[in-house]
Design a protein around this ligand. Structure first.
Ligand SMILES: [Zn+2]
Length: 166
């Protein structure tokens, strides 16, 4: 295989592994990686919303942060002038990659975590969770409900575009 493609794949694998090895919702080492790519970590307010949403994770950085790193890597390698690498970048399915990453950090079964979380935070977040249940809009990529009380066009959890461009 082309050396440039090998390097590209190695970089993608390295950041995917680091995201997976991260503590649930990110940690110091993961933040260093985000920082090295010029990506700001999610704010604590958004992290709290995500940790209490129905998109449970058992470990690892949030998918949307990994997506932002992928995007930086794609940009970095996109002006290589190497046709094979450019094709690899064109064929890189970021939604599918992020979805498969999410499958790896999802809790098995998930129910224990839901109950654990619910009991700890039910008072503070019961209103928000109620709203989520009634949400009609779900992310096509990861299934996350769109929070009706917030305005945004990309999924908070995986970063996929929620609305088809007109
Ligand atoms: Zn999503």
């Amino acid at each position: 295989m082309d050396e440039a493609i090998k390097n590209f794949n190695r970089e993608i694998d390295a950041v995917s592994g680091a995201a997976f090895q991260s503590a649930k919702g990110g940690d110091e080492n993961w933040n260093k990686i985000l920082n090295s790519y010029g990506v700001a970590p999610l704010g604590d307010d958004i992290k709290t919303v995500l940790l209490n949403s129905e998109m449970k994770i058992s470990r690892g950085a949030f998918p949307i942060e990994l997506r932002k790193v992928y995007e930086k890597i794609l940009i970095k390698h996109s002006s290589s002038g190497n046709p094979a690498l450019e094709e690899a970048i064109r064929n890189f399915d970021i939604d599918a990659k992020i979805k498969s990453y999410y499958q790896k950090i999802k809790p098995f079964g998930g129910m224990n975590d839901i109950f654990k979380n619910a009991s700890a935070t039910i008072t503070k977040y019961s209103q928000g969770m109620q709203k989520e249940k009634h949400s009609t809009m779900k992310c096509k990529n990861c299934g996350a409900p769109r929070l009706e009380e917030m305005q945004y066009d990309n999924c908070l959890f995986c970063g996929s575009i929620l609305f088809e461009p007109a």
